[in-house]
Write a protein that binds this ligand. Structure first.
Ligand code: TRP
Length: 357
């Protein structure tokens, strides 16, 4: 199967986006939108509700926030179609038919689902043996362990529909989403085998940067772990967060030799500081001893402000006119819906449910 040059990605509107999103997906969106083909950016409110069913207000209010984050970084509505998932009901319709093509076992064993279930304190059943495991894995805030909803368990099916409704061939995502894309390809293959060839293969595009650590040194930057630097953070927030950053716990005195490996400040400098020669020099000095944490932190604060300053300014300017943002989303959603309707009529024909055509 050949993949199309249409691209599609999305964010769950559950909070403002951070540097991890910037490196993991936003930068890829910006690069890809200049290539040939159609480009879709979806605000995945339906997916966000799968684990926020009790908090629709949170999802609603973050729709505009994630739109602002993407626009401010340079995802361009002239090149990329911005749309809201729930406003394209064809996606939900296709999900229903795709449900028949994924097994409960596939979903329950999907590595993305399993990891997210452990993080969110979801179990298959309170009677299951994995209950104690999850309790151990969950952080304090997630200790209200609950049975997973069918909606959450099935979100990979709904995501397959997000992608295949638009016949997207290229999907820029974080590494953690790869098993979800494998599920997408499995569904597409099964659909084609049963009903005739409608869908093509989907390819994940991963970012070049390895996963960005949180400021606390934990492997992943995440809002729920409270270790994120947000794209909308003020210079004061950035300063405070960098000053708290995990370095080398044994580097007590300036004169002590320090460790670069595992040191979050150097991880960030490697990614964001364009003066690689200077960073190499700082690393050598740090390892030798005689270079204090404050010096490297001050440098990182300046570097991050160079990256985030223009984004923050653009974001603030855009945020002054929320009506215009909603117009962008509405216009994009209309275009997306027209595409979705084309696919749905093909799907209905293939499924032999095109009764009144
Ligand atoms: N699951 C993705 C995330 O949590 C968001 C998403 C929803 C998505 N639908 C998508 C990403 C379709 C790519 C393609 O980040």
């Amino acid at each position: 199967m050949q993949h199309s040059d249409t691209t599609l990605t999305g964010d769950r509107p559950t909070g403002k986006l951070h540097l991890g999103h910037f490196l993991g997906s936003i930068q890829n969106r910006i690069a890809l939108q200049n290539h040939e083909g159609k480009h879709f950016y979806m605000i995945a409110d339906v997916q966000a509700l799968t684990d926020n069913a009790d908090n629709p207000e949170k999802v609603r209010s973050n729709v505009i926030e994630v739109a602002l984050d993407n626009l401010a970084c340079g995802v361009d509505p002239e090149k990329t179609i911005f749309f809201i998932q729930s406003e394209v009901p064809e996606i939900a319709e296709l999900t229903i038919f795709f449900m028949n093509l994924a097994t409960v076992a596939e979903l329950a064993q999907n590595p993305t689902i399993k990891t997210e279930m452990a993080q969110k304190g979801f179990v298959m059943s309170h009677d299951d043996a994995d209950f104690d495991e999850v309790k151990k894995a969950a952080t304090e805030a997630q200790l209200k362990v609950q049975n997973v909803s069918a909606g959450f368990l099935c979100y990979p099916v709904s995501q397959a529909s997000d992608i295949l409704t638009f016949k997207a061939g290229i999907v820029p995502v974080g590494e953690d989403q790869v098993p979800v894309l494998e599920q997408t390809n499995a569904i597409a293959k099964k659909f084609n085998a049963l009903y005739g060839s409608v869908f093509s293969e989907v390819k994940a595009v991963l970012s070049e940067t390895t996963r960005l650590s949180g400021i606390d040194g934990k492997a992943k930057m995440s809002k729920s772990l409270n270790n994120a630097i947000f794209l909308s953070d003020s210079p004061e927030d950035i300063e405070k967060k960098v000053m708290q950053m995990y370095t080398d716990p044994n580097h007590l005195k300036v004169s002590d030799p320090g460790k670069v490996e595992g040191n979050v400040v150097f991880q960030y400098l490697d990614i964001f500081d364009e003066d690689t020669a200077k960073v190499a020099e700082l690393k050598a000095d740090y390892e030798k001893g005689g270079l204090g944490d404050v010096v490297i932190k001050q440098r990182l604060i300046a570097v991050l402000n160079d990256v985030l300053g223009p984004i923050r300014e653009k974001r603030e300017a855009l945020a002054r006119d929320p009506k215009r943002i909603m117009e962008i989303l509405k216009a994009g959603t209309e275009k997306a819906r027209a595409e979705a309707q084309k696919t749905m009529s093909e799907v209905k024909r293939a499924l032999k449910i095109d009764y009144f055509e």
